[in-house]
Structure formats: C-alpha cells, structure tokens
Design a protein around this ligand. Structure first.
Ligand SMILES: [Zn+2]
Length: 262
C-alpha cells in the first residue's frame, strides 16, 4: 500500500470535476501547494462531513499516488473553520484575494511553511476581527511578496542609493514596471506616470516587512498611509502577475470607498 501523508492544510480553491467529484487546491504545511481529488464530495457533502469549505484549516490525509496521478483525498477534518469569513462578503473578498495570490504565485509541491504560517495568521485575524481588514491585507501583501522574493527595494533610492530613513521628508516616486523607488531629491528628473508615497508610508511598509508578525497587531496604522500603500501594492501585484486577479476585481466592487473601476 502506498505511504500515507497527513498534514495541516488551508483550502484555497474548489473546482467541480464531473457530476460527483471536486478537485481541491490546498496549501499544505508539509507539501506546499497541491491539488487533490475529493471523490463524491460534490455529490454528497456528507462524504467529508461538510469540511471542504473555502479558507478552512483542515487536517488532510491522502495516499502518495503512483507516478503522476493526482492524489486522492481519504480524510478531512476541520482544525479551524474560520466561519466568520464566509459569513461576511467583504471578509470573503479579502480572503479570496489572498488565497488567489497564493494559488497564482506559488509553484506546486514545494514546501512553503512560512507562507502557510502567514496565510493562517491572516485568516485567523480576519475571522476574529483582530485587525482592520485593510491593514491585514497590507500586511499579507507585503509579507507574501517578501517570502516570494518579489518585494521591491523600498529601503533605498534607486538613483542615489541613499537609505529612506536618511533622506529628507517628502514624497517618493515608485515606478511599478521597474520596481524602483526614487527619493524626493532625485525626483525632479522623472517623467510623470508614477505612484508616489510619503516617507512615513514607506517607513511603515518597511516596518511591516521586517518586524515579527506577533507584534504587527499592536502597531497603529494611519488611514492615509494604509490607503496609499494599498493602491501601490494592488497595482504592483497585478502588474507582476501579468493580470488582475478576479478576486481583486471583486474586492474593488464590494469594498467601501472603492469606485468599482480600475
Ligand atoms: Zn535619490
């Protein structure tokens, strides 16, 4: 008999497969992102005791497949339902955006324990209202980009190489395509079409990227700083993914203050 694998996992995506089955995309603690076949799960919710809801933290058991076949789920039990997320449209939109980033960005089958920890942290805090959702989304995006190796150098001006904390106050430019930051002193040489960020917003972004996650919830975030950093991240991420995630379009439709365009 094939060896059994048992691991915590977060359900990222469910896709119908024929009339009876579901294909699940999960971020697992020990195996990274994987796809699993859940036989009869579409036909009968009872098959896995209603455990296969999006964003749920589960304990999964499956057999290591022969060759390249998709593994077949044997057991699923709920570790944390995060039910407060699915009961709220805005929370669902945020959780969908984060899980779609993970789905689109991570390669399958490579363990990503830090990403698992980050996603679990964000879903748990969203579920419990531990932090404002827009702040949590900023934290998730910055930390995820860092773990994925795509966080731009927000610490130095790309022209004069001066560290942000050593520059004069004022607005920095950020050029999305080249992911380059330009300090206020070097700014006059730039053409238009850039995003700008206040020095305070940049310092907050750097702090979010580098501090221990356990301390993040104690920080005070200014609404204006969160707002302009959010606009930058939600422009940078689609640019580097090569498309606007569907979940981000949905988030923009349901988020108060958004105009539903972009
Ligand atoms: Zn400079």
């Amino acid at each position: 008999m094939a060896p059994e694998i048992s691991t915590p996992a977060i359900l990222l995506r469910r896709t119908d497969y024929g009339d009876y089955d579901l294909i699940l995309t999960c971020l697992t603690l020990s195996q990274g992102k994987i796809s699993l076949m859940a036989k009869y799960a579409k036909k009968s919710r009872k098959r896995f005791a209603g455990a296969l809801e999006l964003f749920t933290e589960l304990n999964l058991v499956w057999n290591r497949p022969r060759g390249r076949a998709m593994p077949v789920l044997r057991e699923a039990s709920i570790a944390n339902p995060f039910g407060g997320i699915r009961a709220d449209v805005l929370k669902t939109a945020y959780a969908s955006y984060w899980t779609e980033m993970v789905t689109l960005w991570l390669e399958s089958g490579t363990p990503q324990k830090a990403v698992f920890g980050l996603l679990r942290y964000a879903l748990d805090a969203l579920d419990r209202d531990a932090m404002a959702a827009e702040v949590l989304s900023l934290v998730f995006q910055v930390r995820f980009l860092k773990l994925a190796g795509f966080l731009p150098d927000f610490r130095h001006c790309s022209r004069c190489r001066r560290p942000v904390e050593a520059t004069q106050s004022g607005r920095f430019d950020f050029e999305v395509g080249s992911a380059s930051l330009v300090c206020p002193a070097c700014r006059p040489s730039l053409e238009g079409g850039h995003h700008t960020l206040a020095k305070g917003s940049l310092m907050q972004l750097l702090w979010v990227a580098e501090t221990d996650l356990a301390h993040v919830s104690r920080m005070r975030f200014g609404p204006r700083q969160v707002g302009e950093t959010t606009v930058l991240l939600e422009t940078f991420i689609p640019y580097h993914l090569g498309r606007v995630p569907r979940s981000l379009k949905f988030l923009r439709q349901v988020r108060p203050g958004d105009r539903g365009e972009h």
